[in-house]
Design a protein around this ligand. Structure first.
Ligand SMILES: [Zn+2]
Ligand SMILES: [Zn+2]
Length: 342
């Protein structure tokens, strides 16, 4: 099969070709496994973290991609309930041990043996992939392949972030950054907390217009103060300046949820400007989001039908993955980028 392969770690910039268009043997379904013919795979900022070494794959080459939609072409021994031809999705959670205290209490995202799709195992930047049948999700018929793909990470982790924000109906919410995940969180939050006003901070005027189009009550630059201080802010940026700004914008008793697997080091020294009285006092809380559970993924797919939640997508052919990653690096984003096969 053909695939985009990550063979060497390094920076993603205007001139680099971080992935190589290559060939791998066709995957074969072992016991409990499926093989999928991939039809779409979302492009996530986490791919930049993998390629640039902030969360490096343990083995190279690896096929990146963890927002995978495909059709089952083969089922290995012992697979029940899923037949060839069915359309399923694969998310960031490739596997977890299933027996530790975290797994048994519904927090498999924190399992020490957590394996991530496209980092610890081959992912969806390919024509085919192999996955455990216990870790796929049926895709609702209302969604196209390209619409479903970004829900599997941007949507699922956005949903988890919104849960961890513990907002109450009517309380103001803030979104720091407005990429693939935030544009879905905004739609979910409007459905779940219709009386809550949502403020969005984004660097580019285009992103701010997009946020207003989707129903943000206010959109501004990172340093600007919204009309009312949010009781919860979800940060989806790769940087530190927005974290410090968000803490100062929070209302007393507010909570900042950082939805990022890694932060980039570029502006980390801004943390030295943090002041206890301005940024932390008044019982402000700070929480990160790690990975996703299968429950998060299933919940966002159900919500997609109910809201209805429709990601804004920009499609690229599989072999243009490097181009899509460079655009992500340059923050040329409106909604979510998706690779489509064939
Ligand atoms: Zn992701
Ligand atoms: Zn476990």
């Amino acid at each position: 099969m053909r695939a985009m392969l990550l063979e060497h770690l390094g920076p993603v910039d205007a001139r680099t070709e971080p992935l190589r268009w290559g060939e791998l043997p066709d995957p074969v379904a072992g016991p409990g496994e499926l093989v999928l013919r991939v039809s779409a795979c979302g492009v996530c900022h986490t791919e930049l973290d993998e390629i640039e070494g902030r969360t490096p794959p343990p083995r190279l080459p690896v096929v990146p991609g963890h927002q995978v939609v495909g059709r089952v072409t083969a089922a290995g021994p012992g697979v029940t309930g899923i037949r060839p031809g069915e359309r399923v999705g694969v998310a960031w959670i490739f596997s977890a041990c299933g027996t530790c205290a975290y797994c048994r209490s519904g927090r498999e995202n924190l399992c020490a043996a957590f394996r991530a799709t496209g980092r610890d195992a081959h992912g969806g930047y390919a024509e085919q992939m192999r996955v455990a049948a216990d870790f796929v999700f049926p895709i609702p018929a209302a969604l196209t392949d390209a619409e479903a793909a970004p829900l599997l990470c941007a949507g699922a982790i956005g949903h988890r972030s919104l849960e961890l924000a513990r907002l109450e109906e009517g309380a103001p919410l803030g979104l720091m950054g407005f990429g693939a995940s935030a544009h879905l969180v905004l739609q979910m939050a409007r459905r779940r907390y219709p009386a809550s006003r949502i403020s969005v901070w984004a660097r580019s005027p285009g992103e701010r217009d997009f946020a207003r189009d989707l129903g943000a009550a206010w959109a501004g630059d990172i340093a600007e103060r919204p009309p009312e201080p949010p009781l919860a802010i979800i940060d989806t940026t790769p940087a530190w300046t927005p974290v410090v700004a968000a803490l100062s914008h929070l209302a007393p008793g507010g909570r900042l949820v950082i939805n990022a697997i890694r932060k980039e080091a570029g502006d980390q020294t801004v943390l030295l400007t943090m002041d206890y009285a301005t940024h932390l006092w008044q019982e402000k809380a700070l929480q990160s989001v790690a990975n996703v559970t299968r429950r998060d993924v299933a919940a966002v797919l159900a919500l997609a039908v109910e809201v209805p939640l429709r990601p804004t997508v920009e499609c690229f052919p599989l072999e243009a993955a490097n181009h899509a990653l460079r655009e992500l690096r340059q923050r040329r984003i409106r909604g979510a980028k998706v690779l489509v096969m064939g």
